[in-house]
Design a protein around this ligand. Structure first.
Ligand SMILES: NC(=O)c1ccc[n+]([C@@H]2O[C@H](COP(=O)([O-])OP(=O)(O)OC[C@H]3O[C@@H](n4cnc5c(N)ncnc54)[C@H](OP(=O)(O)O)[C@@H]3O)[C@@H](O)[C@H]2O)c1
Length: 166
């Protein structure tokens, strides 16, 4: 079971020049709460920007050599299958290129929509209504937290997703 978790602006920006163009503490702590103790899979550019996340198994996707000690794989299928052997939840955490590539493998999406419009160079992919439906929505002060489920899955996991901010 693969989860995608990300935050985008109203115009679907997730990053600009290697950085996330907003700072919303409540959203970051929600991200930490959901992913903590689990496995996170990220693209190399995101890893360059944020490094490894404490309290989580970090897996990096890269076609290049990486520093010793960084668990990395040269293709997504291999990264996801290694991640799944842990028995923990597997979260793909970005950036834009990695979100798009992981979308066909994901069953759930936790998506924070930040209440801004901004310029960027990395985007969250459009969700095809034939593939995804929204099963949860919670309004927070500076963002809306949305939960999407791939058509055909049960809702049981979603309860866990929404309960983290209730
Ligand atoms: N708002 C959010 O939720 C969020 C979350 C994370 C990051 N971000 C932002 O997103 C931006 C980075 O996103 P990005 O799209 O530029 O880059 P990215 O997805 O973080 O990383 C892309 C890199 O990952 C590697 N990669 C991706 N797919 C691969 C595959 N199938 N096989 C092998 N390697 C693969 C490649 O590395 P190599 O070039 O080494 O081969 C590729 O250049 C930054 O601005 C960051 O701050 C936003």
């Amino acid at each position: 079971m693969i989860y995608i978790i990300g935050a985008m602006s109203r115009n679907r920006v997730v990053g600009k020049e290697g950085k996330i163009p907003w700072k919303v503490a409540e959203e970051l702590s929600l991200f930490r709460k959901i992913t903590y103790g689990n496995v996170v899979v990220m693209g190399r550019k995101t890893f360059d920007a944020i490094g490894g996340l404490e309290g989580r198994r970090n897996i990096v996707l890269s076609g290049s050599r990486m520093a010793e000690g960084v668990e990395h794989y040269g293709n997504l299928e291999e990264a996801l299958s290694k991640a799944e052997t842990s028995g923990k939840r597997v979260f793909v955490i970005g950036g834009g290129e990695t979100f798009s590539e992981a979308l066909p493998f994901a069953s759930f999406i936790y998506l924070s929509v930040i209440g801004v419009e901004c310029e960027g160079d990395s985007f969250f992919p459009e969700l095809d209504e034939r593939q995804w439906h929204r099963v949860g929505r919670r309004a927070c002060e500076r963002f809306v937290f949305l939960v999407y489920e791939r058509n055909g899955y049960s809702h049981s996991i979603v309860e866990g997703g929404l309960s983290v901010i209730s």
